[in-house]
Design a protein. Structure first.
Length: 85
């Protein structure tokens, strides 16, 4: 079993480029099934936005290849919008 706080300490790394994409800032959970739907990466709050975050990316659970001790490997088809965090 793993806690959300355990996920937040791991680097997210792209299998495509080897680039570090950031850290988990949030987790989307389907309350009907209890399964994790996706991981939310990064996201600094915008100056004038209450709920929106700039640079926030959602990685579907199906794109997660492996969760290791220190990293989460993901297969992200288009990581052009990701910035190193």
């Amino acid at each position: 079993m793993m806690r959300i706080s355990d996920l937040q300490t791991k680097d997210i790394v792209s299998m495509v480029s080897g680039r570090r994409l950031g850290h988990v800032s949030d987790v989307d959970i389907n309350v009907a099934t209890g399964f994790v739907e996706s991981l939310v990466v990064g996201g600094a709050p915008k100056m004038l936005g209450w709920l929106q975050k700039e640079g926030e990316w959602v990685i579907p659970w199906s794109d997660i290849v492996k969760i290791g001790n220190d990293v989460i490997l993901v297969q992200v088809p288009d990581e052009a919008g990701f910035t190193s965090g």
